[in-house]
Design a protein around this ligand. Structure first.
Ligand code: RP5
Length: 160
C-alpha cells in the first residue's frame, strides 16, 4: 500500500496533527511524519516533496499555521495530491493559515480541510489511497456505516 506523508511546519503543530496520525493508525495505513518548514527548512521540505513519489508515498498531508505556505510549497514540487491543514496558531485564530493554504493560484492545487481539521485530512488521504485499494475502501465504508448507526442510536435514546 502507498504511504501517507505527513509534514508539519513545527512541533507545535503536533497536538493537532496527532488526530490525523490516530486515524491512520486506526485503519492500519502506513505513514511517515516529519517536521519540515517552508520557511525554516525550505531545502528539506522541497527534497521531501521531490522524492515523495519514488519513496512510496501516494498522498501528502501538510499542516502549518500563521503564514502557512507549506502545503503550497510541497505541492509545487510534486504531482502527488497534497492536503493542507490550516493550523490555529496565532492571534488570527487560524484564518491566516486557512487563507494562506486555500488560496492557491491555478496550476498548483492544494485540497484544504477546515482549520485544525486533521481527522478529515487523514480520512481524505485514505480515500485517495482507497481508489486503488479495495480492502481499504471497504474499511472506510464500514466506518461510515458504524458512525451512522451510532448517531441513530443516540437519536433513539433521545426519545425513549
Ligand atoms: C508555522 O508557524 C508552524 O506550522 C506553526 O503552526 C507556526 C508557529 O510555529 P512555532 O513558532 O510554534 O514553531 O510555521
Amino acid at each position: 500500500m502507498k504511504k501517507v506523508g505527513i509534514v508539519m511546519g513545527s512541533d507545535s503543530d503536533l497536538p493537532v496533527v496527532q488526530k490525523a496520525i490516530d486515524q491512520l493508525k486506526k485503519f492500519d495505513v502506513p505513514y511517515e511524519a516529519h517536521i519540515y518548514s517552508a520557511h525554516r527548512t525550505p531545502e528539506e521540505a522541497r527534497s521531501f516533496a521531490v522524492n515523495a513519489k519514488k519513496n512510496g508515498f501516494g498522498v501528502i498531508i501538510a499542516a502549518a499555521g500563521k503564514a502557512a505556505h507549506l502545503a503550497g510549497a510541497l505541492a509545487a514540487n510534486t504531482t502527488l495530491p497534497v492536503i493542507g491543514i490550516p493550523i490555529k496558531a496565532s492571534v488570527l485564530d487560524g484564518l491566516d493559515a486557512l487563507l494562506s493554504t486555500v488560496q492557491m493560484p491555478a496550476g498548483i492545487p492544494v485540497a484544504t480541510v477546515a482549520i485544525d481539521g486533521a481527522a478529515n485530512a487523514a480520512l481524505l488521504a485514505m480515500q485517495i489511497i482507497a481508489v486503488s485499494d479495495d480492502e481499504l475502501a471497504e474499511k472506510l465504508d464500514k466506518s461510515r456505516k458504524d458512525a451512522s448507526a451510532a448517531v441513530l442510536e443516540k437519536d433513539k435514546l433521545l426519545n425513549s
